[in-house]
Design a protein around this ligand. Sequence first.
Ligand SMILES: O=C(O)CCC(=O)C(=O)O
Ligand SMILES: [Fe+2]
Length: 220
Amino acid sequence: MYVALEKLLDGSQLATIRSALASASFSEGASTAGWYGKSVKKNLQAQHDACSRIVHEAALRHPMFRAAAQPNVILPPLFSRYVPGMEYGVHVDDAIMGAQGAVRADLAMTVFLSDPSTYDGGELVVELHSAPLKFKMAAGDAILYPATSLHRVDQVTRGERLVSVLWIQSLVQEASRREILFDLFNLRRKLWERTGQTKTPESDLAARSYVNLMRMWAKP
Ligand SMILES: O=C(O)CCC(=O)C(=O)O
Ligand SMILES: [Fe+2]
């Protein structure tokens, strides 16, 4: 499931992050990659606690993020910069991450921080068996995607691509189950939008199915 999250960050959060990162120290992304990623990772990466907190809190406040990811653990968001010539070749993200190596990466998220008109190239490309999926979104928007996929970042040929990347361990490990829960969440929302009532016999039944499937499938 690929879920686009519009306006995860607002204009003032973007401005704060961009100005803080302008003076942050970035190092070679390859230095944090394992042997597998090293050969294809050609970008710059930074950790920045204050900016990380802004992204983390914004994600948790976004109802679609919560419903689609069912987050259990969110790893501290990192920041990547790509200038002309930089790219990240095809790879799959590690299964287990985190300082203590105790977090299972079920989902990955890219939060776009640069206005797409300011750089060329730099699409996040997910390799599918059919046609590849390409994402280059407005600044502040994010794409949530399965960490299980083979994906890459196309070479940047002009300007600067700044993104925040983060990984999530979900309460619901299995993607197909997360998708059913996400559908039920959206069904409940649409029922509510249609009727303007939070409680109807239909919404009670939808709520019961959602909550009881969570009870069955969630592993806190
Ligand atoms: O920059 C992106 O959109 C994704 C980068 C990526 O695949 C990674 O950091 O593992
Ligand atoms: Fe990746």
